[in-house]
Design a protein around this ligand. Structure first.
Ligand code: ASP
Ligand code: MG
Length: 419
């Protein structure tokens, strides 16, 4: 079995869906599991829907209708003259979502979020499954929630490997081409859960691991893994080979091409990961596997925006010692902020964080009970793996103010403010 994953950008409109057919015909699609994301920016739209719904707003129905219309337009494009179209399925799915919103009594934001956003993937896979059939690619549409089982930690659920292993093998048996959803799963009560934003890569890796796949290919709108994000950097280079270890490091620092949780399962079973361009499927792309270092060995740049720098000192100017540090970290854990970089001196402790769930205010309130806290919002975190003199010089001469700087043997990190 091989596993393919197509992200939101590769299924964003009818043209890109046609392109998937082209890729499958080129690569072969027997014994293949195809994991798909929601189309384009659908997950973002569903997030807005949830936000408005939670605030008792009046626009969430408009958002839902817009999502429905956008998908029906794509169906119209793809299935012009055919009778067998997913039109009814999509209407049914959006009705189901509408129903949930009507009868829901819960006020748990994360629970509601997962019950709603899962529709993005359910809808996209239905459309693509029908389209592949139309193109002569027989396939089986699998509701992934039947076999990817998690705990009930909504929005960032943890996998139940045991249960998932058994169910995946059962569901996959005797099937050749399977279309299914990334990112979404279900808990022991059958409620929908999600694996964290951009989690479809992880779903693909879970399948690859359980089925001992020969490879996992992630199809992207870039030629492969690049040494910098082309949205922020003018010149980028393709990384041809990367070891699992290096890829894990890059993902950890925030390189957004591969979801961080994706790599460990692949590494454990030595399953090679290919990252390829869906526009140029014959191109080499990037191969991530055991042993190969980084080829070419060049500096890799990772930029994270919208970070927050906290500078803490004790109220009585006493030293920051182990006890304080452990308190600080347990609060970071409590508010689920991600610690990106830390630096401490005798009486101060600086920490650059990513406030993933908008908990900064509460965090700072609680820190204020014990510490004097200075907050700088909207800072940039710039990481360079395999830095050299000229890459460091570039940052120093960028005109941005360096608030914090740290270097280890292979990695340099800078917290910068825009002015
Ligand atoms: N659709 C989800 C998201 O946009 C999952 C994914 O694309 O991997 O985060
Ligand atoms: Mg996506």
């Amino acid at each position: 079995m091989k596993v393919f994953k197509f992200g939101g950008a590769s299924v964003k409109d009818s043209k890109s869906i046609k392109n998937i057919t082209r890729i499958l015909k080129l690569t072969g699609y027997n014994d293949t599991i195809i994991v798909l994301s929601a189309m384009g920016k659908t997950t973002n739209a569903l997030e807005f829907l949830v936000k408005d719904y939670m605030q008792g707003g009046s626009s969430y129905m408009d958002i839902l209708n817009k999502i429905k219309e956008d998908h029906l337009k794509i169906i119209n494009d793809l299935f012009k003259k055919t009778k067998k179209s997913p039109y009814n399925d999509i209407v049914e799915l959006t009705n189901e979502l509408n129903n949930f919103l009507k009868i829901n009594k819960s006020t748990d934001h994360s629970f509601i979020y997962d019950q709603v956003v899962c529709f993005g993937e359910l809808i996209s896979t239905k459309i693509i499954s029908f389209y592949l059939e139309l193109e002569g690619i027989k396939n089986y549409w699998l509701d992934v929630r039947k076999c990817i089982k998690t705990d009930s930690y909504f929005r960032n659920a943890a996998l139940n490997w045991n249960e998932t292993g058994k169910l995946v093998k059962k569901e996959i048996k005797n099937k050749s081409t399977i279309i299914t959803q990334g990112f979404i799963a279900s808990d022991s009560k059958g409620y929908s859960t999600t694996l964290g934003r951009e989690g479809s890569d992880y779903t693909a890796a879970i399948f690859a691991f359980i089925l001992n796949s020969s490879s996992l290919t992630i199809w992207k709108d870039v030629p492969g893994v690049l040494n910098a994000d082309p949205r922020y950097f003018n010149t980028t280079q393709l990384l041809k080979n990367i070891s699992y270890r290096e890829a894990i490091e890059l993902a950890y620092y925030g390189a957004s091409v591969i979801h961080p949780k994706t790599l460990q399962p692949l590494q454990q079973k030595r399953i090679p990961l290919f990252v390829k361009s869906f526009e140029n499927p014959k191109g080499n792309g990037t191969k991530v596997y055991e042993g190969s270092k980084l080829n070419p060995l060049i500096p890799c740049f990772i930029l994270k925006k919208n970070q927050t720098l906290l500078e803490l000192s004790t109220l009585d100017f006493s030293f920051i010692v182990e006890e304080n540090i452990s308190q600080i970290f347990s609060l970071m854990d409590k508010y689920k902020v991600r610690v990106e970089m830390i630096q401490n001196s005798a009486i101060s402790f600086a920490v650059c964080i990513n406030d993933r769930y908008g908990k900064l205010k509460d965090l700072v309130l609680e820190l204020n009970l014990k510490f004097k806290v200075e907050v700088k919002e909207n800072v940039l975190l710039h990481t360079i793996r395999h830095f050299d003199n000229s890459s460091i010089k570039e940052i120093k001469e960028s005109g941005k103010k360096i608030l914090l700087e740290q270097r280890t043997y292979k990695t340099a990190q800078f917290v910068l403010s825009e002015n």
